[in-house]
Design a protein around this ligand. Sequence first.
Ligand code: XLS
Ligand code: NI
Ligand code: NI
Length: 443
Amino acid sequence: MDFFTDVPARVAYAGTEPEPGGLRYHVYDPDRTVAGRRMEDHLRIAVCYWHSFNWPGSDIFGHGTFDRPWLSGIGDPMESARAKQDAAFEFISKLGVPYFCFHDVDMAPEGGTLRESKSNLDEMVDRAAEKMSVTGIKLLWGTANLFSHPRYAAGAATNPNPDVFAHAAAQVRHALEATHKLGGANYVLWGGREGYETLLNTRMKQEADQLARFLEMVANHKRDIGFTGTLLIEPKPQEPTKHQYDYDCAAVHGFLDRYGLLGDYFVNIEVNHATLAGHSFHHEVAYAVENGIFGSVDANRGDYQNGWDTDQFPNSVDELSLAVYEILRSGGFTTGGFNFDTKLRRQSMDRSDLFHGHIGGIDTLAQALLVAEALLDDGTLESVRDERYAGWKGDLGRQILEGRASLAAVADAAVASDLDPQPVSGRQEWLENKVNHVIWSTT
Ligand code: XLS
Ligand code: NI
Ligand code: NI
C-alpha cells in the first residue's frame, strides 16, 4: 500500500535551483565528493522507525494529531505493523537515504508472552529483510525498548528484581539477533530507565554492578553469534528518570573503564542529550573522539527555552559544523552514522511534514560537512592547537609526560632557573571570527 502518494519516487538534489523549501535537497548531493568520500558515505543518514512512524503526535497533555493511517484502523496489531512497515520503507526509499533504525516494539507488537513477542518480531524481521533487499535500504542499528512497559518502571538491568533483568535479557538477546540477521552496522543500548527516581530506595553501587554484568553478557553474546557490528551506549543525563547512570560521555567512559568494558562499547551521542547534560554537542563529540569511544550520532537537537528532549530536526549549521569537523578530522564514521531520532512538532500534522523535517535536517548536515571540510583544508584550528601545546614536545614536557621527572626534580629545576612563564593570548575571538568566515564563505 502507498501512503506518500503526493511525493515523487525520489527526493532529488536540485542544487541552487529556485523554489527552496520544496521537496528537493539543496545541499545534500549523495554523489558529491567531500574530503575524498561521497557525501552519502560520510553522513550515513538513517531514519528512525519510532518517532517517524510509530508515534501519533501525542504529548503528556494531549492525543495524537498526526495523519498516520497505518497506526489506526488497519486490522489487527500485526496487520497494522505490516502497514507501518510499508509506510516506513516507502518513506525512506523516497527520501533516498541509506539507513534506518528500529526498536523491537516499533517493528512488531509486543505479545502476551516473551514467546509471542519473539514470533511477532521474527515475522516482521523477515518481512523487513525482503523490503531491504528490494529497496537497498540498510540497517544502521537496532535496539530493544526496555522503558515503555510498566515492568521496566524501576529499570531493566538495574531493576531491584532479577526477574526483570532476565526479561530484559530475553528481549535484548532477540533484538540483537534480529539486528544481526538484518546485517545491522551497530546495536544500541539507551538506558532510559537505568537510573533512579529517588535515592531513598536506591543502591547505586548495586545497580551499577548489575548494569555492568548486563553489558558484559551482551558483549559476550555478540561474540557468540558472530555479530561484527559495534555495540553503542547512548548517554543521557535524565528523562524519564530523574538521574540516568549513563549521564554523558565522560560518565560512560569512566564506567566502561571501571568495569573492564572499554573496547566492547562505544557511544551514540545525541545532540539533545548533550545539551541536557549541560554540554555542547561539540564537547561530547570531542570528548568521545579524543578518548577513543566515538561511535555514532543521533542528530536531533533541543530547544534552548525547554529543559527536555524535544528531539527537533537539526537546523543550525553554526552549531553542527564544529562537531562534524571533529568527526571528519578523526577520519569520519566507521560503523556509525547520523540517525534522525527526530520528532515533528505536534502541529506538523500533514504526512508531507515528515519529508520537510528530514530534508531540512539532511541539508543542514550536508552544509555542516562542507564547512568541516573547509575548516580542515584551512588548517588554522589545527596549527593553532599545535603551536599552543608545542612546549610539551620539548625536554621538560617530555620528561613530565613520560613520567621521568618527580615533583621534587621539576620543582628544583624551576627554582634553580628562576622560572617565570609569561601568559599568552588564547586568541579566542580571533579564532571565532576565523570559523565564522569559513562558515560564511562555504558553498
Ligand atoms: C531517548 C533516546 C532514544 C534512543 C533509542 O531519549 O534518544 O530514542 O535513541 O532508544
Ligand atoms: Ni536517541
Ligand atoms: Ni533522546
